[in-house]
Design a protein around this ligand. Structure first.
Ligand code: GLN
Length: 219
């Protein structure tokens, strides 16, 4: 491990990169963007953000990041995929070819309908935080199967919304688009990276709602 082993990366090909960087900064975790394979060196964890999974999967191949990420995971890199990121990580992408295929889940894209069917919701995820966590679903997928080695962190209605194995965390929603820092702290801990502050500070008073908060709230 080199001197930077306490840092996390955010894959910066397309999608919601800055919001993850901002949340990592809020919890005091050193973070940087990753556009090229060599930039994976020395990272403890990598976030694959939401965006458009077909576009992201093509860019991963073009920049040969798919093979590099697989190698890095074999070497100990932890991954967290949010929404499109989770689609890329799924071993089975219903009706389509898998991309990275690194966690034994089946996922179904756009399972809630169109972009207009996006919504906010409060969830309880005991493994991640004591308090209810606000989460944002944007044209989200549903995880429809979790393999034997996969822990389900959150099950809602007829689908799994968050799951993990020892190397990989997947969430079909976007904690980075809410004031809650709980999932970012959880992933930092999974990566063995220290974040500052206490759990009591997991809601950031400095955060201001942005346009995505227009989505309706589901109970
Ligand atoms: N609908 C997108 C896809 O299928 C995912 C949306 C998101 O990442 N918020 O790739």
């Amino acid at each position: 491990m080199n001197a930077e082993a306490g840092a996390l990366g955010v894959l910066d090909l397309q999608g919601g990169v800055q919001e993850h960087l901002d949340h990592l900064q809020r919890i005091g975790v050193p973070a940087r963007t990753v556009k090229r394979a060599a930039e994976l060196d020395g990272l403890a964890g990598l976030i694959i953000p939401g965006g458009e999974s077909t576009c992201l999967s093509r860019l991963l191949r073009i920049f040969e990041l798919d093979q590099a990420i697989r190698r890095a995971v074999d070497g100990g890199l932890k991954l967290w995929g949010t929404c499109a990121g989770a689609i890329l990580l799924a071993a089975e992408n219903r009706g389509e070819a898998p991309a990275l295929g690194l966690i034994d889940i089946a996922i179904s894209r756009n399972a809630f309908g169109s972009q207009l069917d996006s919504f906010n919701r409060q969830v309880r995820v005991p493994m991640v935080a004591e308090e209810p966590i606000p989460v944002t679903f944007i044209r989200a997928p549903k995880i429809v199967r979790a393999g034997a080695g996969v822990r389900v962190l959150l099950e809602l209605d007829d689908y799994i919304a968050a799951a993990e194995d020892d190397r990989i965390l997947v969430t079909v929603f976007h904690p980075e688009l809410t004031p809650s820092l709980a999932f970012h702290r959880y992933f930092a801990r999974k990566c063995g990276v220290r974040s500052d502050g206490t759990e009591a500070a997991s809601r950031d008073p400095g955060w201001t709602p942005q346009s995505w908060m227009r989505f309706s709230h589901h109970a």
